[in-house]
Design a binder for this molecule. Structure first.
Ligand SMILES: Nc1nc2c(c(=O)[nH]1)N[C@@H](CN(C=O)c1ccc(C(=O)N[C@@H](CCC(=O)O)C(=O)O)cc1)CN2
Length: 291
């Protein structure tokens, strides 16, 4: 069997076209969506992601603001920038690129973002809403994966979804979103004993562990759907996922590639959240009118 490829580039493009239409409608109504991204330091991967976020937001017609700060910036100064963006009515989404330098308290920074502008969906208020199924911002990577599954015609209800990884931004929320769509969810992590005995039960396997090509064909049940959230460099410096794509594609029924899978969906859902935020701001009269 050779698996069907689930392309985040193709699905993302389709969603971005829908987003561009919404942005145009909002702009016509006097509320152009605005996204502000804060980048601290010179991490090359973060610089690439931020550049892509800026480019993508401009492409769909949004206002884009990038604040670049040195890695020596104080926590106080960073919080000052966030406070300013919180009260700027032309900005509907605020994102602080992670990871942050060690001297800055990441939790404090996330909590200082207005939950109504937290388009990353990391603020505890949005995390709580997600868990009880209330409307709020969903974290972009798991949200993007749910969209990929839905738009690929893969139903989740009644399926056994196994997640490898328990981070706050991918693994944990991924399980919640799958549970809400009636999947049976198993979490695996670095202390899980006999990992393949769990992963081989998965109808849907989500891999987010940060280890290059870790999941090989012998971890995967015939016909499973495999979603690779990893972003690593292989022995030749080439970008690769947590899944050994070439062997696993022979066993799975559908698989996401790296690059071109989950990554582009993360940015797409960020744009989607920014549109949702601007729509709410317009309804609530919190949008700055264009000149
Ligand atoms: N504030 C946030 N920080 C981080 C997040 C996040 O969602 N919010 N997630 C990751 C990084 N990330 C987004 O910020 C991200 C990672 C990868 C991609 C992506 O499109 N990858 C491409 C390959 C890019 C390359 O060539 O290097 C792909 O998979 O095709 C987008 C976003 C951590 N930080």
């Amino acid at each position: 069997m050779t698996a069907k490829l689930i392309s985040g580039v193709t699905i993302g493009k389709e969603i971005r076209e829908e987003i561009a239409t919404s942005v145009l409608d909002l702009t016509t109504e006097g509320c152009q969506p605005g996204l502000a991204v804060i980048l601290v330091g010179e991490n090359p991967a973060s610089q690439t992601y931020v550049k892509n976020k800026e480019k993508s937001s401009i492409e769909v017609g949004m206002k884009s603001q990038l604040i670049k700060l040195p890695d020596t910036v104080s926590e106080q100064e960073l919080l000052g920038h966030i406070e300013e963006l919180n009260s700027d009515d032309s900005i509907h989404g605020i994102l602080v690129q992670l990871p942050l330098p060690k001297h800055i308290n990441e939790d404090l920074v996330i909590r200082s973002i207005d939950p109504n502008k937290d388009v990353d969906g990391f603020h505890p208020q949005n995390v709580g809403k997600m868990i009880i199924g209330q409307e709020g911002f969903l974290p972009c990577t798991p949200y993007g994966i749910m969209e990929m599954l839905e738009r690929s015609g893969i139903s989740v209800a009644g399926k056994h979804a196994v997640i490898i990884g328990r981070s706050n931004i991918v693994g944990k929320p991924m399980g919640q979103l799958l549970l809400q769509k009636d999947a049976t969810v198993t979490y695996c992590h670095s202390r899980t004993k006999d990992l393949p005995s769990f992963t081989k039960q998965a109808d849907i396997l989500i891999v987010a562990i940060g280890r290059a090509k870790f999941v090989t064909a012998d971890f995967v049940k015939e016909g499973a759907v495999v979603i690779d959230v990893g972003m690593n460099r292989d022995e030749n410096g080439k970008l690769c996922g947590d899944v050994d794509f070439n062997t696993v594609k022979e066993v799975a029924s559908a698989i996401t590639p790296v690059p071109g899978g989950v990554g582009p969906m993360t940015i797409t859902m960020l744009l989607k959240n920014t549109v949702l935020s601007a729509e709410t701001a317009l309804q609530e009269g919190r949008c700055k009118q264009q000149a």
